[in-house]
Each structure stands twice: as C-alpha cells, then as structure tokens.
Design a protein around this ligand. Sequence first.
Ligand code: SF4
Length: 380
Amino acid sequence: MKSNEIYKIFGTDYTAMTREILERSELSELIGAKDKRIGIKPNLVSPTPPMMGATTHPEVVAGIIEYLQAHGFNNITMMESCYCGGDTMECFEVCGYDKLVEKYGVPFVDAQKCTYTNIETAGMKLKIADCAKDVDFMIGVPVMKGHCQTRITCAIKNMKGMVPADEKRRFHTIGLHEPIGRLLTVVRLDFVVVDHICGDLDFEEGGNPVTCNCVMAGLDPVLIDSYVSKLLHYDVSEVPYIGIAEKLGCGSTDIAGASIVKLGRNGEPDATAPDENLKLTRKTVDLRDALEEVDSCSACYGTLVPVLERLKEEGLLEELLEKIPDHVIHIGQGFQGKTGHVGVGNCTALFEHSAQGCPPSEEDMYDTLISYLNEARLRS
Ligand code: SF4
C-alpha cells in the first residue's frame, strides 16, 4: 500500500471484509518483525453498542486480530479510555470487547488506569498514556463520525483516547484543535482501519447511525481525515486540527493526489465502482446557534445536544431561546466564576439558572431548561 492510497470495501461480513482489506494492504509487510508489540486502538467513547453509531464494531477488530494472528503476530494489545467521567470497562463490555479477549486471548488495557508521561511537542506539553508509548506499531480503528465541536472525528482525534481525563478537559481549555493537531507527534499511529459501517454523521456520541457498510484502510491518518471531511462535505480548512497535523509532518491533506481504491468482492480493485455520495447533514452544527460555548468538555456538550434536539422536536427550543434575555444557553469551563442567565454544568454554577453536575445528566439539563421556560411563561 502506498501512503496516498485509501482502500474501501463494502459488505456486511465485517470481520471477513476487514481481513480482506488488510491482505490487500499487505499490512504484515508494513509491520515487519513478528515479535513487534502491536497496539489496537478502537473508539469506545461511550457505553453504547456500535449499532448506535458511536463506537467501533468488535467485528472489525476481530478481523484485525485474525489477520495478525494468521500472519504470526501474537504480541497484540487493545487499548482505550472512554469519555471524561465514564467507565472504560463498562464501554468495553457493552461494546462486546470482553468476548474478543476471551476468544482471541488478546489483552485489553484501560488507558484511564495507565501511568502517564508529559511529552513536549511543538511548544506544548501533552500527557500521554504509557501503554501507547510501549508499542512498536499502532493500528487505529476509529469510527467515521460527525462531531458537534470539531465537525468530524476519525483517525487523528481517535487517538485522544490515549490521554487521561484531566488532560482531555485541558484540551478543551486550550482550544481543541491545537492539542489534537499535535497528538500524532507524541502518539504513534502507523495504520488506520476505519469503521465506516454506521457512524453517526452528525454527532460523536451516536443516536442517528447512517448505514454505509464500509471498512476503509490507509497509512496516512491526515489523508484519511481529509477524505472523511470531503465525504462529510467540509473543506479541510473547516477542521483546523487536520492542517495543524499536516504542518507538523504527520501526513498530507492532498486529496487531489489521493488514490481511493474500491475493492470488489474478490479483493481486487473495482475501478467501475462509484464513490459514495453521502447526504449533507448538519443537525448538531445547526444547534450551535442556541449556545454560548467556551471551552466545554465533550461530556457536557455531548449530553446537551440530545436535550436540544428533544426540545426542538417538541417545538419548545425557539420559545425557550426567545425567553432567555441573551437568547443563548451557556456551557463550558470559560464560565467558571461568572454570572449569567441560563447555563448547564457546574461551570455555570453562579448563573441564575444552572443544571448542576460535571457533567449534569440529560434529564437534569432537560428539567432545568423546561422549568426555566415554565417560569418565564408565568412571568409573561
Ligand atoms: S461542568 Fe464544566 S468541567 Fe464539568 S463537564 Fe461541563 S464543561 Fe466540563
């Protein structure tokens, strides 16, 4: 496989498709010596089954493990940490990774419980899990998804699972794109297998999966993310961390020079297969107008999005925003110690109305906003 190539294969036997795409990529030759320590990093952001569109299908990881073991690689470790405040081992079980450990004898490391090392990179210090440093070859297995704050998430951002919870929070305070763009200078990512089976193309925590039944593979994470941006109808410049990673030498955004190779049923390139034309969707991005957001954590923002969607579906969002004096709901660490009208999360504790929690539950956010609306109706 060349660095400017991205392979794609379609079907419903995800394990067999993954094995086939890896054979075609000649992954074993890319890895080299059989005793190399190989890391597999799926996306287990939340305790939701992969069919919901947020987490990596275990069938894809099974295909990677079967391929590696069949080629004599047996020093393999899966590793991940979930969203801030979550329990990675709960995600591990809900997503079916306990069965992979049992079936293939491959260990899983909860990176939340790892030791960490501060590494200086391009004028910034990043805290990285030691389990990620202790591998000779890392295979990322992200889900291709939309993201409510960064627009897309795939190969590069998936590696954020290799930083501890406090560091994930800090990423939000220093502007997500800068640290994410530097991630690949401190965490190795040698090969990427993209779960493009049914990711939610709007929201990283899923809920609206879009069935595509595709697995993609490539060597260049920057090129893969550039291609994903294109598939989701964004210009690469609209996802700044991709350009930052390119400037730091982590890959290329040159989509015009990329070769998208669609594999047919026999694993051979099928030049006649048209590429995908995914429907333009901007559900969560559109909801951003309802917010004043400064340095919010994904856990808080991700909880608020379905609340806003629910209020919108119930026809209440517009009325609610009209009744708030500044017409927005506040969220994020940037409001700590500040006052205002309506906010969610402990960071807005001094606001007149605030859903408490770090992050608050979806129900608490909903109840706070509904009770504000009801009180405002009575006042008017
Ligand atoms: S309350 Fe503040 S610190 Fe806690 S999750 Fe929300 S934004 Fe992050």
